[in-house]
Write a protein that binds this ligand. Structure first.
Ligand SMILES: Cc1ncc(COP(=O)(O)O)c(C=O)c1O
Length: 439
C-alpha cells in the first residue's frame, strides 16, 4: 500500500510526474482495479465519470462506522462529540485543499446538488426571502443568467429552471469550432445585465481548460456572481479557488477517490451568510416557532437534516491521499497520458478527437467519434477486451450537437493509469472499424 506518512514529507527525491512505475504502485491501493472483465485484466478509463477508491478511503469509512458513528452537531454523548470533530476536521481539510476557509465549504450529496442549491437559493431570494441582505441574489425580468455551450447538463438545467422561475433570461457563450470556451466569446455575451455566470473549469467532453481568470474578471467588472463547475478540475489539477476569485464552486467526491453521496459547494463567506437556504428543516436553525424560523450561519444553514458523515470523512482521506501523491504530479502524469492518447488517436484512420488537438490545452481525457460506428458499439467492442470507457453524450448534448455528433466514446485517465492502459484503448479503437466492416 502507498505509505502516506512517507510520500510528501521524507525529502526522498520526487520526480515532478508519477510515471508508469509509480502509477502501478499506486494501483496496488485500489482493489477494484485488480479484476478481470470479459476474460481480460480490467483497464479502467472511466474516472471522468467516477473514480475508483483506495483502501485508505474504504477503511476510513468503515472505521468511522465501526467505532464512531453518530449524528453530528446534536448529541451530548462521546460518540456524537467525536463524530462532530471528525466531520469538521474533514471540512477543514477539504477547504485547505482548494485554498478557502472551512466555513465556506458546504457539504452536498454531489456537484449537481451544489448547483441546484445555489440556483434555488437565488430563486428563494427572488421570491422575497432573505431580506435586504439577499438583494444581490434577486433575479427578474431584464436580468441575465449566462452559461456556456460546453456545460454538463448539471450546470445548465438548474439555470434554465431558475430562468423559468424568475423571468430572467438565460443566455449562453457559444464555444468555438474546437468546442472550447474562449474569453473573446464570453466578452460578447457578458454585459451590464449579467447577474450570474456559470461555467465549467474543465470540459468533461474535450478536457479543455477554460480561461477562468479572464472570464471571472469580465463577470466581476459588471457585478455578476460567478459559479465555477470544478468537477473535472478538483480531482485532476492543483486548485486554488480563492486565487481564481470565483464566488461559488462545486465538485463531487466520487470523482476524486471518495465514495458517492458527498459533494462540495464552495461559497464566499459573505455570500453564503446573505443567501436564503434551499433545503430547510432540522440542524440548520437557531429558533423555531409555529410561525417562523431563524437560520444558523453558513455552512450549517445549508446542511438541513442528518448529514453524510462517513462520506465526508472518507472524502477527507481521499484528499489526504491525493495531497500525499501531489496534485501537480498527478496533473503532469495525466498530461503525459493525454499526449500519448492524442498522438495515438491521430494515427488511427476514421477517428476524430473532439476538442483541441493540442494536449497542452487539455487534461488527460479524450472523447472520439469513430466514422461509421456508433459510440455504443465502440464501447461494447472495447468492453469485450476489458477496456472500460464511457459512451454517449456524457450529459453534454448541446456541446455534442455543436461538434456535429450525437455521441462519443471517452477515455479518461487518473493517477492509477499507465501508458499500457492508453495503448490498450488505442489498440481497441484501431480494430473497431474493421470489426464493424467500415475499413
Ligand atoms: C463537468 C461536470 N459537471 C458536473 C458533473 C455532475 O457531477 P455529479 O453527477 O457528481 O453531480 C459532472 C459529472 O460527470 C461533470 O463531469
Amino acid at each position: 500500500m502507498h505509505d502516506l506518512s512517507e510520500t510528501p514529507t521524507t525529502g526522498a527525491p520526487r520526480t515532478d510526474t508519477l510515471g508508469d512505475e509509480e502509477a502501478l504502485r499506486l494501483r496496488g491501493d485500489f482493489p477494484a482495479l485488480h479484476q478481470s472483465v470479459n476474460g481480460h485484466p480490467l483497464v479502467y478509463l472511466d474516472s471522468g465519470a467516477t473514480s475508483q477508491k483506495p483502501f485508505v478511503v474504504l477503511d476510513a469509512e468503515r472505521r468511522y462506522l465501526e467505532t464512531t458513528n453518530a449524528a453530528v452537531h446534536r448529541g451530548a454523548h462521546a460518540l456524537a462529540a467525536a463524530a462532530t470533530e471528525l466531520f469538521e476536521e474533514a471540512r477543514a481539510r477539504v477547504a485547505a485543499f482548494v485554498g478557502v476557509r472551512e466555513d465556506e465549504i458546504v457539504w452536498t450529496s454531489n456537484a449537481t446538488e451544489g448547483i441546484n442549491l445555489v440556483a434555488y437559493a437565488f430563486s428563494n431570494a427572488s421570491a422575497g426571502r432573505g431580506g435586504s441582505a439577499a438583494e444581490r441574489f434577486r433575479l427578474g425580468e431584464g436580468d441575465e443568467i449566462v452559461v456556456t455551450e460546453a456545460e454538463h447538463h448539471s450546470n445548465l438545467v438548474p439555470w434554465q429552471e431558475l430562468a423559468f422561475r424568475t423571468g430572467a433570461t438565460l443566455r449562453f457563450v457559444p464555444v468555438d469550432d474546437e468546442g472550447v470556451i474562449t474569453a473573446e466569446a464570453a466578452s460578447e455575451v457578458i454585459g451590464e445585465r449579467t447577474r450570474v455566470l456559470a461555467f465549467t473549469h474543465v470540459s468533461n467532453v474535450t478536457g479543455a481548460v477554460s480561461p477562468v481568470d479572464e472570464i471571472v474578471r469580465m463577470a466581476h467588472a459588471v457585478g455578476a456572481l460567478v459559479v465555477l463547475d470544478a468537477c473535472q478540475s478538483a480531482p485532476h489539477l492543483p486548485l486554488d479557488l480563492a486565487a481564481l476569485d470565483v464566488d461559488f464552486a462545486v465538485f463531487s467526491g466520487h470523482k476524486m477517490l471518495a465514495p458517492t453521496g458527498i459533494g462540495v459547494l464552495y461559497g464566499r463567506s459573505g455570500l453564503l451568510n446573505a443567501m436564503p437556504p434551499f433545503l430547510t428543516g432540522g440542524s440548520m436553525i437557531t429558533t423555531v416557532t409555529m410561525e417562523r424560523s431563524e437560520y444558523l450561519p453558513a455552512p450549517q444553514r445549508f446542511e438541513a437534516g442528518t448529514q453524510r458523515v462517513s462520506q465526508a470523512i472518507a472524502l477527507a482521506d481521499a484528499v489526504r491521499y491525493l495531497q500525499a501523491v501531489g496534485m501537480d504530479r498527478i496533473a503532469a502524469h495525466e498530461r503525459a497520458l493525454g499526449e500519448r492518447l492524442l498522438a495515438g488517436l491521430a494515427d488511427i484512420p476514421g477517428v476524430r478527437v473532439l476538442g483541441p488537438l493540442d494536449a497542452a490545452r487539455r487534461t488527460g481525457l479524450a472523447a472520439i467519434d469513430v466514422d461509421g460506428v456508433h459510440a455504443h458499439d465502440v464501447g461494447q467492442y472495447l468492453d469485450d477486451r476489458g477496456v472500460a470507457a464511457r459512451v454517449g453524450h456524457h450529459c453534454a448534448q448541446p456541446l455534442h450537437r455543436r461538434l456535429g455528433v450525437t455521441a462519443s466514446t471517452r477515455a479518461s485517465t487518473y493517477l492509477y493509469n499507465t501508458t499500457a492502459d492508453v495503448d490498450a484503448f488505442l489498440e481497441g479503437v484501431a480494430g473497431v472499424r474493421s470489426f464493424f466492416g467500415e475499413a
